[in-house]
Design a protein around this ligand. Structure first.
Ligand SMILES: NC(=O)c1ccc[n+]([C@@H]2O[C@H](COP(=O)([O-])OP(=O)(O)OC[C@H]3O[C@@H](n4cnc5c(N)ncnc54)[C@H](OP(=O)(O)O)[C@@H]3O)[C@@H](O)[C@H]2O)c1
Length: 239
């Protein structure tokens, strides 16, 4: 990938079968990139998206560290890695199962780290690593979501450190932090929409393609010098 054009030819999106990940797959595929994306449960959506966009769907649970690392390394030189796969578990911390919390940390934190490092091994100069975090890393104005918020805050430190580790090769590492975004995880017509909009300057859900647009910009030559940053797309939720 040349630093003047940064036209990504090979893109890997972890968790691309639905929601924000699917919008990122569509965005890069529309730019003519060869896109591979992973999924776990949504086989039908994954196959449909792959057929629509000419991308390739791989069944891979990000929580399976061995499979994650070997799959990424086997893909060779990836220009852009987007670690989007994420899970939300809410509930009273005194009651929620520690197994569920460990799984959340595995998918949201551990997999993001191992994927970034595995992809960096064969990544060409000026490659891109984008993690999908959350505005809840900066602001969590409700209870029962501490593990989720912690998992997304961890990504802020992760991108700062990895940006320094890979900066010599022109590889940038950033986290994109969506606010309430209209997906299965957080539908725009859900029962908590008014509560969430009450924290926003622009009182509507973010659209998945608005998050994908930020990811695409980070992958472009215009963002060559943006690294170690948290870029928030949240309608002012954390403002
Ligand atoms: N929606 C929001 O309001 C919002 C706000 C801030 C941040 N985010 C973050 O944005 C990212 C995407 O969220 P979303 O709203 O699009 O969620 P979503 O609608 O629940 O979709 C999640 C996607 O991730 C995949 N995925 C989940 N666990 C996985 C695993 N263990 N391995 C591989 N893929 C996995 C799912 O695949 P399968 O269905 O195939 O299992 C699906 O494609 C997450 O990191 C989330 O935390 C979302």
């Amino acid at each position: 990938m040349s630093s003047s054009t940064n036209k990504p030819s090979k893109v890997l999106v972890l968790g691309g079968s639905r929601g924000i990940g699917a919008a990122i797959v569509r965005r890069f595929a529309a730019q003519g990139a060869h896109v591979t994306f992973t999924y776990v449960n949504s086989r039908e959506s994954a196959e449909k998206l792959a057929a629509q966009t000419g991308s390739k769907a791989l069944h891979l649970d990000s929580a399976d560290r061995t499979a994650l690392i070997s799959t990424i390394e086997s893909l060779g030189a990836i220009d852009v890695l987007v670690a989007n796969a994420g899970v939300l578990r809410t509930g009273n911390p005194l009651e929620i199962s520690p197994v569920e919390i460990d799984y959340l940390f595995q998918v949201n934190i551990n997999a993001s780290y191992h994927a970034a490092v595995s992809a960096a091994k064969n990544m060409p100069d000026n490659g891109r690593i984008v993690l999908i975090g959350s505005t809840n890393a900066d602001r969590i104005p409700m209870g029962n979501a501490s593990a989720y918020a912690a998992s997304k805050s961890a990504l802020q430190g992760m991108v700062k450190g990895l940006a320094r580790d890979f900066g010599e090769r022109g590889i940038t590492v950033n986290v994109v932090q969506p606010g309430p975004t209209d997906t299965d995880m957080n539908p725009a017509n859900g029962p908590r929409k008014d509560f969430m909009h009450s924290f926003m300057a622009i009182k509507r859900h973010v659209k998945d393609e608005e998050v994908a647009a930020m990811v695409a910009w980070l992958a472009s030559a215009e963002a060559n010098m943006v690294t170690g940053a948290a870029l928030t797309v949240d309608g002012g939720f954390a403002a």
